[in-house]
Design a protein around this ligand. Structure first.
Ligand code: BGP
Length: 479
């Protein structure tokens, strides 16, 4: 079967500054640079962000490859730790301005629309050590100042802007789970950080409305949405899923789209004495500075059941997951390398929810992809990676997205994660997601089979869905 996507559908891919550029000529260390300099052993293969995929030096060749892989748009990010010289006075580094101008211009010259994000977890580490990072109100203000500089320098050409990528990852990985530096485990601090990230997003939007130079310009946020499925219909499991949804999805989603935090969540946080501290003008600022468009990173749903312990037993040590326990459902499809469930039809549910509960705001899939370890094993004799699993994965997700669009979802695009295999936080190069493979030793970059497939798709906007996939989903639709 052949499915047609709308003519102007925005096909592309997503990446970020810290994961591609390398640390060449950078003014400041971000939290990951610092983490790597001090704790190399935390990083897969002890490989840090020093070179990444060398985009700082290779960007012209890389953009050619991206064009060959069919990209019509790209999302990447500007690094605060590169663009700004004096973090307090907010002075520009002219070499960094030249670099970001050069890449934006090159993307446009090659017919690839640049969509620019302002924070992809990469806080300058000095602001963490000096002020406590996102726990600090001052850092929120400094961020809004940095955002203003970006709009002033680049919004004449950049149409689509994003304030943050996955703010919940900053909260959970940095302040609850010990996955990212500063590795703090403190529920109350996590709540304050979440609040400050939302406020920072609103303040950046406020700056944007004053400074933007592009009549078509728009600004949004990128959220990782993980729809929460309860283990059973038991009230305890339903409640667990509801709390996970409030915390993981609705906190930033409601505040960004409607301008208000979910009332139920605010009630729970107040009752637990962990509600954020705020200033009186904040509510108005968040209410008045809503997003124009939403990016959704979708990789997997979350499966929840009631926690084993009673919610009062941990009253001294508040954590959101005292209300819910994630579990691995038996018999589901897994990406074993990454440990994530593969559940394409959840994309349809996300689309429906945005349509029904969030005013059908314009949105796109800003990340979706499949990370595979040791991908070299799939090389053929000509040295090309035969990543049919990635092609199938993408077809299945697009099948469900197309169905939602047919039913009126206001989805305008789809971005794979990621164009060229990139460095990825503490996982470094463990999971390869690219349409283009990277040899980390030689920096040679080669199109995978999926890149040729993607180019055919993005040139025609026609998705060929094999019968094997159709038959499988006919069954799902019947039930
Ligand atoms: C998303 C991030 C990306 C990227 C991706 C894959 O959450 O926005 O930056 O890291 O996940 O993650 P990983 O490489 O750790 O498998």
């Amino acid at each position: 079967m052949e499915l047609k996507f709308q003519e102007n559908f925005l096909w592309g891919a997503a990446t970020s500054g810290p994961q591609t550029e390398g640390r060449f000529k950078k003014q400041h260390n971000n939290v990951f640079d610092y983490d790597f300099d001090n704790y190399q052993e935390r990083f897969w293969g002890a490989i840090g962000p020093d070179t990444a995929s060398n985009f700082f030096n290779d960007f012209r060749e890389d953009i050619k490859l991206m064009k060959a892989a069919g990209l019509k748009s790209i999302r990447t990010s500007i690094q605060w730790s590169r663009l700004i010289d004096d973090l307090e006075k907010n002075t520009l580094n002219e070499k960094a301005v030249d670099f970001y101008n050069a890449i934006i211009n090159e993307f446009i010259a090659q017919g690839i629309r640049p969509m620019i994000n302002l924070n992809h977890f990469d806080l300058p580490v000095e602001l963490l050590h000096r002020y406590g990072g996102w726990e600090s109100r001052h850092v929120v203000d400094l961020y809004a100042g940095f955002a203003a500089k970006c709009f002033a320098e680049f919004s004449d050409r950049v149409i689509d802007w994003f304030t943050f990528n996955e703010p919940m990852v900053v909260v959970e990985c940095g302040y609850l789970l010990g996955f990212h530096y500063p590795d703090i485990v403190d529920g109350k601090k996590a709540v304050q950080v979440a609040y400050h990230l939302q406020l920072a997003s609103a303040l950046a939007i406020e700056q944007y409305r004053k400074i933007n130079q592009n009549p078509e310009g728009r600004i949004g946020i990128i959220l990782n949405l993980t729809p929460a499925y309860p283990a059973t219909e038991k009230i305890e499991d339903l409640k667990a899923a509801e709390m996970a949804d409030l915390w993981q999805n609705r906190l930033f989603l409601d505040a960004s789209v409607t301008g208000e935090f979910p009332e139920e969540l605010v009630k729970i946080l107040s009752k637990e004495n962990v509600l954020w501290s705020a200033e009186s003008a904040d509510i108005k600022c968040i209410k008045e500075n809503k997003i124009d468009l939403l990016g959704v990173n979708y990789y997997h749903p979350s499966r929840l059941q009631e926690p084993e312990y009673s919610s009062d037993s941990l009253a001294q040590d508040w954590r959101p997951d005292k209300y819910y326990a994630p579990y691995n459902k038996r018999g589901v499809r897994m990406n074993a390398d990454k440990g994530w469930e593969i559940h394409p039809q959840t994309i349809y549910e996300i689309a429906k929810r945005i349509q029904e509960d969030y005013g059908n705001i314009p949105w796109f899939i800003s990340e979706n992809g499949m990370g595979v370890e040791n991908e070299e094993r799939f090389k053929n004799e000509e040295g090309q990676i035969q990543d049919d699993y990635r092609i199938t994965f993408t077809i299945e997700h697009l099948y469900w997205l197309h169905k939602a669009i047919q039913e009126g979802s206001n989805c305008f695009g789809y971005h794979v994660w990621t164009p060229i295999d990139c460095w990825s936080w503490r996982n470094s190069y463990k999971n390869r997601y690219g349409l283009i493979s990277l040899n980390v030793h030689t920096q040679v970059k080669t199109l995978k089979k999926s890149a040729y497939w993607y180019k055919n798709l993005t040139d025609s906007s026609l998705l060929q869905v094999p019968n094997s996939i159709l038959e499988k989903y006919d069954e799902v639709l019947k039930n």
